[in-house]
Write a protein that binds this ligand. Structure first.
Ligand SMILES: Nc1nc(=O)c2c([nH]1)NC[C@@H]1CN(c3ccc(C(=O)N[C@@H](CCC(=O)O)C(=O)O)cc3)C=[N+]21
Length: 211
């Protein structure tokens, strides 16, 4: 299913729940992440233009713009992951009767696996930018809605770890050992950074909710 962003939420949920392979865990993580970032954008919108927050107006405008940018990027990446995993499934279903067919299938599988691994990594990196935005916003955003900066932090971090599981399940099938080890290293770095940024944002949110 493509053009997911123009469907009703009900249709997206039904498509995600169905036995169709896509949207799968990769694209759903991107969608969930986009919803997480929307809460950072909302806090930005609730801060910008308020006299109480005039001193941080320029910074808020910049961060809010970046939040919208990451949402748009996640929309594109959701569609990319659907295409990437569809390619994997298409290769997986290729015939493997003869040696020639087996070779062709393996070649198609390896090519598709690369895309199905790179796309979740790109989703995760985009979500790191969202988490950095959220951490910054937690310090200067409208206090009345600051819990939503915490919601953005928790949801985006969860989406990072979720999308990285797709890298983890694909990697053992990748035959290019150099590509696999680099992807694994990248995955570990991103997961650690996501944890750190979430902790930072939530700590500030909790502190500001005290008074
Ligand atoms: N970039 C990326 N995005 C993903 O969404 C992604 C991923 N990588 N890596 C793996 C996981 C898991 N996942 C599955 C979804 C449906 C079936 C599925 O439909 N399986 C059928 C296959 C049937 C057939 O052979 O046609 C079955 O088991 O019956 C399997 C696996 C998506 N993931």
């Amino acid at each position: 299913m493509s053009g997911m962003f123009d469907c009703s939420f009900r249709k997206v949920l039904a498509a995600a729940a169905s036995d169709a392979p896509t949207p799968g865990g990769g694209s759903v993580s991107a969608l969930v992440g986009a919803l997480g970032v929307s809460m950072a954008a909302m806090v930005g919108n609730l801060t910008y233009g308020k006299s109480q927050y005039a001193a941080v107006a320029t910074e808020i405008k910049d961060i809010t713009g970046r939040a919208y940018f990451t949402m748009a990027r996640l929309e594109k990446l959701m569609e990319d992951d659907i295409a990437a995993f569809d390619s994997f499934m298409a290769a997986y279903r290729l015939p493997k009767g003869t040696t020639e067919e087996k070779d062709k299938r393996e070649e198609a599988l390896q090519k598709a696996l690369r895309g199905a691994t790179e796309t979740p990594l790109e989703i995760a990196v985009t979500l790191l930018e969202a988490l950095a935005i959220t951490a910054q916003l937690s310090r200067i955003g409208n206090k009345m809605a600051i819990s939503d900066a915490g919601v953005a932090a928790y949801v985006c971090e969860a989406a990072v770890h979720a999308v990285l599981l797709n890298v983890e399940i694909n990697l053992p099938m990748v035959s290019d050992a150099g590509f696999a080890s680099q992807a694994l290293e990248e995955k570990e770095r991103i997961a650690g950074e996501a944890r750190r940024l979430k902790e930072q944002a939530v700590a500030v949110v909790k502190e500001r909710m005290k008074g």
